[in-house]
Unconditional design. Structure first.
Length: 518
């Protein structure tokens, strides 16, 4: 796995969201508050640090699923800037997590081309701005703008030491505390332990009456407590927030850490911060957003009826919200963001394969912690041996789908469609724990190709081979979870109670969620 892929494989931590439900607080003014999150380009920091894209996507998931705030609309844009900057024109706040400008000014996304002028236009109309971690590194020649917009910045130019840094950096484990407990951003925040790469001794305006310290912490070797998060409310009615933490991606699992940032985003968007701060649903209760990708298949597979059956198999768990797309290129769109699990009920039989954009998005999604479920003959997709579409071959799919139907290999086959019994082989796995064997009517696949390791959960005895063949198995791709089953030839097959429960449990596990009885 290359360096970039490793960086993307650290995994979503959304399953860690905890907190009691509360009465929702609606955003003011009757329209959704638009929050634009911009992730900088992936730099050269090691995995687990400066994870800009994953941090923005995680914040989007938090904001979209928080139970005590309504009327929020979120967007995530990559590579440091939206493809169409007009989307900023109606943003209520802009959140930027990116490289800073101390090595090369062009590393800071706001210093490329005319972007600083574009942001200035948004600030003048009262838009909010949030800068996190390295984003606060700003050059002195533009420093007055950051002082005006967010109240402070990391000054790396006017110091007296060898590096000319006025501001400082220390990686320590400390106990930060809310510095202004009555400020809305500090609602629900208590002192908490945190290991982070703190930036401090920040450049602020002298005696700035707008400046409110939000979070402070002791730093070993430094006198007094250091301000590491702050806020301002500008004369143009816009609001700014700066936070120098955020070096380690794992810190999003710390409740007070994520609540601080989420509170600040809402505050800068001029949405009401709930009493007690932003709360997250319990892990057991948070909705599971499932995407079923379908729309074409081998002629022997009625994908429409099987898709309906798959939807029905998920319905008994009230957490599921299911979206069906009949266009696999949906994966390349912005609408793909936010799903917890993707279910493939698709094969490009005599059809073109996926575009490079869709391949890249699906690979990154699973690699970065998304769930994937591969049903039945979806394991025959995107293969060079498919008739009339050899150019659709996607070698990486053999890693996403570890047991594939190679159409040119005579070992691949299935028993005649009919009844057989499925037995559980791993009673300890969350998918199969407590699940009894069952009889189904289906195609029993055998001889599927692939040698990457899998954890077999269920088998069935093939009449053709006389062997117990894998029917359901799991494995990891990066930090993503993949559940693959060769069951599911027909709607009748999926409707079998045992198969339906196996499918549902597999989707729950792939989404990184706990099993539960309804």
């Amino acid at each position: 796995m290359n360096h970039r892929a490793r960086r993307l494989a650290l995994g979503a931590l959304a399953a860690m969201l905890v907190g009691p439900l509360a009465t929702p607080v609606r955003a003011v003014e009757g329209r959704p508050k638009k929050i634009v999150l911009i992730a900088g380009k992936i730099g050269d920091h090691p995995p687990g640090t400066h994870e800009y894209e994953k941090s923005c996507r995680l914040l989007q998931r938090y904001l979209d699923s928080t139970p005590n705030v309504e009327g929020i609309k979120t967007e995530v844009h990559l590579l440091g800037w939206p493809q169409d900057a007009k989307t900023l024109d109606d943003a209520d706040t802009i959140v930027l997590i990116s490289d800073g400008s101390d090595r090369d000014e062009q590393d800071h996304p706001l210093l490329v081309g005319d972007r600083l002028a574009v942001i200035e236009k948004q600030m003048q109309r009262g838009c909010g701005l949030v800068a996190i971690h390295w984003t606060t590194f700003f050059p002195g020649r533009h420093g007055e703008k950051f002082l005006e917009w967010i109240g402070g910045y990391f000054d790396y130019e006017s110091g007296t030491g060898p590096k000319k840094w006025f501001s400082k950096i220390e990686t320590q484990t400390t106990t930060p505390r809310p510095a202004s407990p009555n400020h809305p951003i500090c609602r629900g925040i208590e002192p908490f332990e945190l290991r982070d790469e703190y930036y401090f001794n920040i450049r602020f305006r002298e005696k700035d009456p707008r400046l409110v310290p939000i979070l402070s912490t002791p730093i070993a070797g430094e006198p007094g407590e250091q301000v590491v998060a702050w806020a301002v409310e500008r004369k143009d009615t816009g609001r700014g927030f700066g936070f120098t933490g955020g070096h380690f991606f794992e810190n999003w699992s710390v409740p007070n850490f994520r609540r601080l940032v989420l509170n600040a985003i809402l505050w800068t968007a001029k949405a009401e911060v709930p009493a007690g701060g932003v709360k997250m649903p319990n892990a057991d209760d948070r909705p599971i957003k499932a995407l079923i990708v379908t729309g074409h298949h081998h002629p022997a597979h009625d994908w429409k009826e099987v898709t309906k059956a798959l939807e029905e198999s998920l319905a008994p768990d009230s957490r599921f919200t299911t979206t069906v797309t009949t266009d696999p290129e949906f994966l390349a769109t912005e609408k793909f963001a936010g799903f917890d699990v993707v279910v493939l009920n698709y094969c490009n039989w005599e059809r073109p394969g996926l575009t490079a954009a869709s391949k890249d998005k699906l690979q990154q999604y699973v690699d970065g912690g998304g769930g994937l479920v591969i049903v039945h003959f979806a394991n025959g997709a995107f293969h060079a041996s498919l008739p009339n579409t050899p150019e659709s071959d996607w070698p990486e799919y053999r890693k996403l789908c570890r047991r594939v139907w190679d159409h040119a290999n005579q070992q691949c086959g299935h028993d005649a469609y009919g009844k057989f019994r499925v037995e559980m082989t791993n009673s300890e796995h969350p998918i199969t724990h407590g699940l009894a064997g069952f009889e189904t009517t289906d195609e029993l696949y055998f001889g599927q190709q692939g040698d990457l390791p899998i954890e077999v959960l269920a088998t069935a005895r093939s009449k053709a081979t006389g062997k117990d063949e894998p029917m359901a198995f799991v494995y990891r791709y990066g930090n993503g979870r993949v559940f693959q089953t060769v069951l599911g030839h027909a709607a009748e097959s999926v409707h079998t109670p045992g198969t339906a429960e196996l499918m549902r449990r597999g989707c729950i596990w792939a989404a990184g969620r706990p099993q539960r009885d309804e």
